[in-house]
Ligand binder design. Structure first.
Ligand code: NDP
Length: 284
């Protein structure tokens, strides 16, 4: 509900710069229709210079909240009244909602990532988790936070920029998970004992450089999770599939991370199902 106008139809949006590529309206409009709810979800292009102005007038514009994407995920944090514990620990906000007159910033990437793994690779966390995470950016932070939450024994971070990997490892040190850093050239040892390999770099994305990694050292039961979803079947996943490994693509995370925002804004907790996936896939 919008406290400024309780009778208004709830509207949410996704803000970013640029924003035309976002699939979020497809997801939320699918759920609004499915549940017969009044409401709307729109794209809103917000330049970096316009971010503070947008947040300060969001309520007057009739928004009950928004998703936040590149490049605003960190810059938006000081503009909000409060962060939830997940956003504070990850250091980035991707979902904003209202509690009373306060704007709350949350991060649902971690929940989405874990929910997708649970759905597509059930039992992945039943044994001791030994993960290799490629990347140390925002998505990798969500991944490491989730792995620490699920009590991973080891997480090895492999990133081009060593300092960024070190900052990520330091942020989650002392929480019961042995967080290590490895260069790409020395990752074979970590891969050799990994139960999960997770790509959280932009390598392998359409129009980006390919991800070159030899999967031969991975044990037979390992799960390979690529957060990249354009293309959906990345070279990494094709290679893993050819070896008979369990594969998880990035589209599921995109769908699952949307669930908490929808629940906050529109009051119903929606399901991620095959129909939603097919609906979003049709836009690829
Ligand atoms: P960031 O820009 O924060 O991080 C990018 C990461 O990729 C960094 O670790 C960076 O390394 C690495 N990288 C980029 N270019 C190269 C290169 N040429 N060689 C080696 N490493 C490189 O992006 P995000 O963390 O937000 O996103 C990362 C990926 O995750 C993207 O593909 C994105 O689409 C995907 N993603 C998927 C989501 C989903 O719902 N499925 C949600 C969020 C992200 P360095 O630190 O050295 O620059």
């Amino acid at each position: 509900m919008n406290p400024a106008n309780p009778n208004a139809i709830p509207r949410a949006c996704v803000i970013g710069w640029p924003i035309r590529h976002s699939r979020s309206p497809l997801i939320h409009r699918f759920w609004l229709k499915k549940h017969g709810l009044p409401g709307d979800y729109v794209l809103r292009e917000v330049e970096p210079e316009g971010l503070a102005g947008f947040i300060s007038t969001m309520a007057q514009e009739g928004f009950v909240g928004c998703n936040v994407t590149v490049p605003h995920k960190e810059a938006v944090m000081p503009l909000l009244d409060r962060l939830d514990a997940t956003a504070a620990s990850i250091g980035a906000v991707n979902t904003i909602w209202r509690e009373g007159t306060d704007w709350i910033g949350g991060n649902t990437d971690m929940i989405g990532l874990l929910a997708n793994l649970d759905a597509e690779a059930p039992g992945w966390d039943a044994c001791e988790i030994r993960a290799v995470v490629l990347g140390a950016g925002g998505a990798a932070r969500a991944a490491v936070a989730g792995l620490v939450l699920r009590k991973a024994a080891t997480v090895t971070i492999v990133n081009r920029s060593l300092d960024r990997a070190q900052r990520l490892a330091a942020a989650f040190a002392g929480r019961g998970t042995d967080i290590r850093i490895s260069s790409a050239g020395q990752a074979a040892a970590a891969l050799g004992e990994a139960t999960l390999l997770l790509n959280a770099t932009s390598l392998g994305m359409q129009s980006k450089e390919p991800l070159e990694l030899d999967l031969a050292p991975l044990p037979a039961g390992a799960v390979v999770y690529d957060l990249v979803y354009v293309p959906l079947e990345t070279d990494l996943l094709s290679q893993a599939r050819a070896r008979g490994l369990v594969c998880v693509d990035g589209l599921g995370m995109l769908l699952h991370q949307a669930v908490p925002g929808f629940a906050h804004w529109f009051g119903v907790t929606p399901q991620v199902d095959a129909a939603l996936r097919a609906h979003v896939l049709a836009s690829f």
